[in-house]
Design a protein around this ligand. Structure first.
Ligand SMILES: Cc1cc2nc3c(=O)[nH]c(=O)nc-3n(C[C@H](O)[C@H](O)[C@H](O)COP(=O)(O)OP(=O)(O)OC[C@H]3O[C@@H](n4cnc5c(N)ncnc54)[C@H](O)[C@@H]3O)c2cc1C
Length: 324
């Protein structure tokens, strides 16, 4: 194969893929439609505050896929990370420690003791399930298990939904939720540690990857939307850029949300209908309303607080002094 690859999208996935490709000696051109890298993880600077796109954190810290990739590329030391461990829920009864394991769950003061036990009975089997088993639950929603629970126990799931960036449990996939439980399970080699770029701005991760790509002769073309990916007889022929010019290629990596890529970049007969229907379903699972604050003075020692409760607007994250 020709050792040249086009990557569409300079979000964290496109940048990660491109980094791994340049390490293997491929020549890579990334096309990004926006004027900056990072995609959904891009941060903005406003009046000297770094604003992330909503609440962004690196779950599973050194065991996360992204950290493992940085390590493989030998650039993990280029990203200064701060460990995030002061996380709390806030309800009308005050602050409640965010549970990171069984002991924390048993002490979760947000809900009565009997609810904590019920919660453990639901969560423990999931945390010990196999990854393959969780794939059978991908098309089910989290409500499959929450609908059987009492309102106190459900209060916990309400809070967890905010972490999963969905407006309610209906919009969280049971399979995805279970995989998170497994990844956080220390008995399965997981961790519930979180991290965040120490100098601020979640897109510091994208920046480190982008520096690596450029240092290894990869190219990132900003403000360069791709109009179409040309496929003939089930073989990639190349891409069409915004100026209408066709660029032949044997290998194109499409790294944007699947429902966008499939519907916008390909002719309708390229994928089978069942696959398109499945992908289009994903579009509806990420609804979220949220507001992000940057604080210019220390008002609490906790790093992250998730407000919970009937009178709290969902999706308000209070992020306190993680970074200067
Ligand atoms: C509010 C919010 C909070 C989140 N919090 C977390 C979190 O705490 N932790 C976590 O791990 N994940 C979190 N996520 C999820 C995480 O942001 C995404 O999984 C990740 O950013 C997806 O990266 P991606 O590269 O796959 O896609 P994207 O970031 O969507 O990148 C796709 C890129 O493709 C570009 N593009 C689109 N169409 C074209 C085209 N035709 N031509 C060229 N370029 C194109 C886009 O401009 C974009 O830059 C959160 C997401 C949101 C929205």
């Amino acid at each position: 194969m020709d050792k040249h690859v086009y990557v569409i999208g300079a979000g964290i996935s496109g940048l990660t893929t491109a980094s791994l490709l340049v390490k293997k000696g491929y020549s890579v051109d990334i096309f990004e439609k926006m004027g900056k890298i990072g995609g959904r993880t891009a941060s903005t600077v406003f009046r000297n505050h770094i604003l992330d796109n909503g609440f962004h954190i690196m779950p599973f810290y050194k065991k996360s896929a992204i950290f493992q990739v940085l390590k493989k590329l030998n650039i993990d030391s280029n990203l200064k990370l701060a460990k995030v461990d002061k996380i709390a829920f806030y309800s009308d009864t005050g602050f409640h420690k965010y549970p990171k394991g069984v002991v924390d769950l048993l002490q979760l003061s947000l809900i009565p003791f009997s609810s904590r036990v019920k919660l453990l009975k639901v969560l423990l089997p999931m945390a010990f399930a196999s990854m393959r088993k969780t794939e059978e639950w991908d098309n089910l929603s989290l409500t499959e298990i929450t609908k059987k629970l009492d309102s106190n126990t459900n209060a916990f799931f309400e809070a967890v939904c905010m972490l999963a960036f969905a407006d309610n449990a209906e919009h969280v996939s049971l399979g995805e939720f279970a995989r998170t439980m497994i990844r956080a399970n220390p008995f399965k080699g997981g961790t519930s540690e979180f991290a965040y770029p120490d100098d601020g701005g979640y897109d510091a991760i994208s920046q480190v990857l982008s520096n690596y790509i450029i240092a290894n002769k990869g190219k990132i073309h900003l403000n360069s939307p791709i109009k179409k990916i040309v496929v003939n007889d089930s073989r990639i022929q190349g891409i069409i850029t915004k100026d209408g010019i066709f660029h032949p290629s044997e290998c194109v990596v499409v790294s944007l949300p699947a429902y966008q890529g499939i519907n916008q970049l390909f002719d309708h007969d390229v994928f089978d209908k069942k696959f398109i229907d499945k992908v289009n379903k994903l579009d509806k699972t990420t609804a979220v309303v949220e507001v992000h604050f940057a604080l210019n003075k220390k008002i609490d020692s906790r790093q992250i607080v998730f407000p919970v409760g009937a009178f709290t607007t969902k999706g308000f994250f209070f992020i306190s002094n993680i970074t200067p």
